[in-house]
Design a protein around this ligand. Sequence first.
Ligand code: AKG
Ligand code: FE2
Length: 446
Amino acid sequence: MKSFLVQTTSQRRPTPQPEVTQSHDDEPTEVKLALLASLHPELEQETLFDFLLAHDGSVAHASEALGCGQHRLRPRDKRKGVIGHQQSLRHFASPGETAQPMRKKFKSKKGTTLHLYDPTDVAEHTPCTIIHNFLPPEDANDLLRELLREADSFEKITFKLFDSVVSSPHTSSFFVESHEEMVAQKSEYYYNGSQLTDVRRITPQLAKVKRTVQDAVNQQIQERIKTRYPGGKKLQFQSPKPWVPNSAFVNCYNGAQENVGWHSDQLTYLGPRAVIGSISLGVAREFRVRRIVPKDDSDTSKSGGEGEGQISIHLPHNSLLVMHAEMQEEWKHCVTPALSIDPHPVAGNKRINVTYRDYKLRMHPRHTPRCACKVPCVLRVVQRKRENHGKYFWMCHAGNVPGKSGCSFFQWAEFDDDGKPITNHGHAAKATGRGGGHEKTLSPAP
Ligand SMILES: O=C(O)CCC(=O)C(=O)O
Ligand SMILES: [Fe+2]
């Protein structure tokens, strides 16, 4: 699951604007236009294009001129900011380029947010794919109605943040397939240091939709592998087996302010390179993603993922977002608070989100390391330090449990190419000098 971090003060600040004084001369036209559009969201793209041409392609000069007031003659659609207004980045391509697939040079810049609506843009620039109008409309409404009833009794999850116990800025519940799993989830699994108190049996509509989600996600995984991964091969540690969801977290965001802060979903029970199928129902909201590790290992630039901006994927009612295998290890995501929302005819001010997940038996807490604190360890991946980048490790989770302080337990986690754990708890791993041994307290962590 996620770290339900409430947005920090800095995240609550208005979206930072692009740095117009820096040179964008080497950027393709569509990127310059996207930058201008984020600086002047009230204007139509033709206006922006005209100004860009008139200023020899200089974003800074075009933006300065646009700030002078003439442009008010051509305001954009009055629904500016309304989520669900579909627009493709392809509209930003300069004439003559439109028939060609866009150059992949695009990179969202630090301090900017690029808004994506079009499925092709989402697949190209993020670790996700999106399918709009995913379910037959009646099925989507049935699922929405059913989950709105369930959500009446959802609660905020509490978790430990440094020395305080805080609660998630939205409500949720977890749905599993059998009574045994309900019992196991409440007694054996930990999420951000807490055990779930509200675990429910899968509802009829959630079960019905599961099969459709499963088929679509597996198809999207294959498509992704074929078209986007190096050599058309699955990623290292990604499972070659079909994705079979066996549980679902359901979140309810009531009103514009409810949100979920930046996080990666916990891989402890899903294993490496996990795929998640996420359905959005009711009010459309923004789902943001941000790369946290450098795109390319050969990229020696210091900034890596830190040099890139946020990408906002708009999630309308009845859309399926597939978070692909590269997502949790290399990106963070959040649902930002909205300035305003369009009420939905069935859901009012609420958005329901279902994330279907494939909990792996081999990652059950009975098979994974446990330190002296007696809480199952949490699986993490090294995201920043270049030399160990991409390596997985187990660490003590007890520090997140209210009232506990945790220990410094650390152990590298080894997986075969298909994501199966090589070193089971209880079997000594190869000593690496960095902590291959089992149940050892080692430091420093990476
Ligand atoms: O509401 C969403 O779309 C995302 C929720 C999420 O990130 C999560 O449940 O981990
Ligand atoms: Fe998440």
